[in-house]
Design a protein around this ligand. Structure first.
Ligand SMILES: Nc1ncnc2c1ncn2[C@@H]1O[C@H](COP(=O)(O)OP(=O)(O)OP(=O)(O)O)[C@@H](O)[C@H]1O
Ligand SMILES: [Mg+2]
Length: 298
């Protein structure tokens, strides 16, 4: 039985048409791998999922090919915010021998979306052949995607930490709430304790004035430098915006429902800084990302 499944996967991995269906439009910058960016937070509910989706849309507006991976086990978060659900998740690749073409959904403005489902957390338990199969399937995105954004759950679980440690770049979201700041610091501490060295990037969400955001940034950059010797960069602020709540209710991302609203403009600014600014690490792509996660178990 086990052998049969392995053999089936081996055959699938070898057949080239297993990779995807549809036309592949190459990304802008052929020479580079996709920038794999994990979006995380210490405290839950600080705005990761909405930020990730709207950042993806803002990057798409800047002519970038963007894949969003929902790595949050809790709810089908991204699908809800996007207003589109997917019948399959990553694990269906292995269990039902679906192809990438079956599990990838098309979101608005050309962004693509994969529900990681529980499969994301089983990566570390896969056999070598299963991993190679997934990698072969997903590697096509290294040719297509300029950005791969991974939305995680909150907190310090081993799983979330793996996504943080394996990413090229990490965005930490917090709000100005004291508990959110404390939890963001706790997350940074664990990151540093695990030999995380890529500078983290901070986004302070739901600020009511610039000075408030700056205070949070000053606090976190100072303590992380002093106690963790970890550089933290400020990627930007997002204002508290009632339209965000409306957009969530409408199941239409803010950038589409209220493109001129203040939070939309903040996120557009962050997208262009991300694109034009310095990268905190050389992009290594989704293949290397998955291999790292696989190797963490050793
Ligand atoms: N800039 C903002 N202005 C106003 N409300 C916001 C803003 N950002 C997020 N919110 C509110 O916060 C809620 C939670 O956001 P979201 O689901 O994106 O958080 P999350 O960090 O992904 O949560 P979880 O940890 O549960 O995954 C949203 O439904 C929205 O109502
Ligand atoms: Mg979320």
């Amino acid at each position: 039985m086990m052998h049969d499944q392995a053999e089936k996967l081996r055959q699938l991995a070898l057949s080239s048409n297993a990779i995807t269906k549809g036309t592949i439009i190459k990304k802008n910058c052929h020479s580079n791998n996709s920038r794999v960016i994990t979006v995380t937070s210490g405290k839950g509910g600080v705005g990761k999922t909405n930020f990730t989706i709207n950042l993806a849309l803002a990057l798409a507006d800047l002519k970038q090919n963007v894949l969003v991976i929902d790595a949050d086990l809790g709810m089908a978060n991204i699908g809800v915010v996007l207003g589109c659900s997917t019948p399959y998740s990553l694990l269906n690749l292995l269990e039902d021998s679906k192809t990438m073409g079956d599990i990838v959904s098309d979101g608005p403005r050309g962004i693509k979306f994969i529900a990681g489902g529980s499969g994301m957390y089983h990566l570390a338990n896969l056999s070598e052949i299963q991993l190679q199969y997934i990698i072969r399937q997903i590697s096509f995105f290294d040719d297509w995607a300029d950005f791969i954004l991974i939305d995680t759950g909150a907190g310090l679980s081993k799983n979330v930490l793996n996504f943080v440690m394996a990413a090229d770049e990490v965005i930490v979201i917090t709000t100005p709430e004291p508990t959110a700041i404390t939890d963001a610091y706790a997350m940074m501490k664990v990151y540093a304790g695990n030999q995380g060295y890529a500078p983290l990037r901070l986004v302070v969400n739901r600020i009511t004035e610039l000075a408030e955001g700056q205070m949070v940034v000053d606090k976190l950059t100072q303590v992380s430098l002093r106690f963790l010797t970890l550089p933290v960069n400020n990627l930007g602020f997002v204002f508290e915006d009632r339209n965000m709540v409306k957009a969530v209710k409408m199941q239409t991302p803010l950038l589409i429902s209220f493109p001129q609203s203040i939070a939309s403009r903040c996120i557009q600014g962050i997208a262009s800084r991300l694109l034009k600014g310095e990268k905190t690490a050389q992009p290594s792509g989704i293949r290397v990302f998955l291999e790292k996660i696989f190797n963490f178990r050793r």
